[in-house]
Design a protein around this ligand. Structure first.
Ligand code: HEM
Length: 138
């Protein structure tokens, strides 16, 4: 009998929001929809203007952050040791209006992701809304 090949991939823990929300396909769907809305809906023009012209790095980074944050694989946190989302946003001037744009686009993206667990979907939208609004300064 040969030993199993070592793997660095941790098994997905079923009792995590990440797993219960639908794992990587759902996190990716949320983030793709979020940045599509940001790019296409003029209601988010101010928020869009704060970001770099090419959003492909952001699309990858936000999937990685949300994945680890929700209890999934922690690659983003391993690659960004000690990085705090609140401090990382300190250099940006985030008004309540622009924080509202972020929260609104994220709420729509989560609602469009077809998450089966409605309660958890609502909870995720609520926590991210609070996080976005907490980054605002008047
Ligand atoms: C409150 C409104 C927010 C605004 C205006 C905002 C704006 C920005 C901007 C301008 C960047 C840099 C993007 C670039 O260089 O193109 C950024 C990066 C990022 N934001 Fe936000 N953000 C907000 C809220 C949030 C929230 C609530 C989260 C997490 C749930 C988040 C997650 C991220 C991530 C993961 C990055 C990339 C950081 C990195 O990989 O270095 N943002 N944000």
């Amino acid at each position: 009998m040969s030993a199993a090949a070592p793997t660095t991939e941790a098994p997905v823990q079923p009792n995590t929001p990440f797993y219960r929300l639908g794992g990587t396909p759902v996190m990716t769907a949320i983030v793709e929809r979020f940045y599509d809305l940001m790019e296409q809906d003029p209601a988010y023009a101010e928020l869009r203007a704060m970001h770099a012209p090419d959003l492909s790095m952001m699309r990858k980074s936000l999937v990685g952050f949300l994945t680890g944050w929700a209890g999934g694989p922690r690659d983003w946190f391993d690659a960004n040791p000690g990085k705090c989302m609140m401090s990382a946003h300190k250099p940006f001037v985030i008004t309540p209006a622009v924080a509202g744009q972020w929260a609104d686009a994220m709420q729509r993206a989560i609602a469009d992701a077809g998450i089966a667990d409605a309660e958890l979907s609502k909870a995720m939208a609520g926590v991210l809304t609070d996080m976005a609004k907490g980054m605002a300064r008047a």
